[in-house]
Design a protein around this ligand. Structure first.
Ligand code: CMP
Length: 137
């Protein structure tokens, strides 16, 4: 059983598709093991995306991620990391496959509706960024 962290970003919350995103994960057999809505401060978004600190899009990305509430969720299942990434589609919605969340709903490479961890080590760090030991199981 693998765990991963996903975020419905501010654009996904504004578009009223929190349930749609969760439903796609659940239909793929993933179990939601922790979920909550939070508003990220700028510093909170900068901390989460610290690995991207040197990228040209860092300021814009962290401004966007702190522009409205997000829904963070921890998911569990066989091959959870790849499953979530397959369901999300490519980072750039123009390159995303048909039937993926980003192809269906995303407006741009930045406002791309949803985040998913890219590896087990990242997933562990990202889950513990948002959930304490009492909140996941
Ligand atoms: P995410 O999967 O959350 O991981 C990093 C995020 O940075 C990514 O989704 C996009 O929202 C954003 N991102 C990645 N590449 C670019 C880019 N070239 N321009 C703007 N935003 C980007």
């Amino acid at each position: 059983m693998e765990k991963t962290l996903s975020i419905v970003k501010p654009d996904g919350v504004k578009k009223n598709i929190i349930g749609e995103v969760v439903a796609r994960f659940e239909k793929a057999g993933l179990k939601v093991i922790g979920i909550k809505m939070i508003s990220l401060t700028r510093a909170g978004a900068e901390g989460f995306y610290a690995v991207h600190r040197e990228r040209p899009f860092f300021a814009s990305l962290t401004e966007f991620m702190s522009s409205g509430p997000v829904v963070v969720m921890a998911l569990k299942g066989n091959g959870a990391i790849k499953k979530v990434r397959d369901i999300m589609g490519a980072t750039d919605p123009k390159k995303a496959d048909a039937g993926t969340i980003r192809k269906d709903f995303a407006d741009s490479i930045e406002a791309n509706i949803v985040h998913g961890s890219d590896a087990p080590e990242t997933a562990a760090v990202e889950i513990s960024y948002f959930f304490n030991a009492l909140e996941t199981f």
